[in-house]
Write a protein that binds this ligand. Sequence first.
Ligand code: PRP
Ligand code: URA
Length: 207
Amino acid sequence: MQNVFPSTHPLVKHKLTRLRDQRTEPKKFRELVRELAALLTYEATADLVTYPVRIQTPMSETDGQDLQEKIGLIPILRAGLGMVEGVWELMPSAEVWHIGMYRDERTLKPVAYYNKLPVAPTVAVCLILDPMLATGGSAVATVDILKQWGVSKIKFVGLIAAPEGIQHLHNAHPDVPIHIAAIDDHLNENGYIVPGLGDAGDRLFGT
Ligand code: PRP
Ligand code: URA
């Protein structure tokens, strides 16, 4: 499928395996989420636009490149919060705009509960951060919000996706690239990804 990019990097595979393991306790889990978020964002941002600058090294003048586009990180609460620090280390000047979204346990539909986006967009590129793409409802609703806000360059950066979630997000927003560590087998009857890693928010926050 076009615009879907599962990572093939051995470090990602190794860290994801540790992350899935049920013996991994919250402290290590948070560390792995942070590291995986950085590795995946490195891959997801390969097409960011730069502009030429001239700088002085201790030895001579030389040509360099600076990032041109203002970047926004959009963690979907709660679990997306775990990815922010890792990405922020790569892009310290990125703005962070939180979107609150939870899944109704019965319908599995996303329920929006927090959005403080200003009226006019303040960034040119949005990276949606959420470890889990299950039914895809939360991701689709978040892209809807960001497009309404006025941003057209949007990427989804996640850790584990179900085929159902990828299909849903791709059908609704084929222009949004999906960068993930792995595509898993299926969703179970409760909407959980199998084999997955369980509940990402609970494992991050020890709840
Ligand atoms: C999880 C996850 C995603 C969503 C994915 O959040 O972090 O946001 O489920 O499911 P979907 O693709 O079917 O929409 P959850 O609703 O459990 O909220 P939490 O992060 O606050 O625990
Ligand atoms: N949310 C999670 O945290 N895990 C899943 O498997 C699906 C949705």
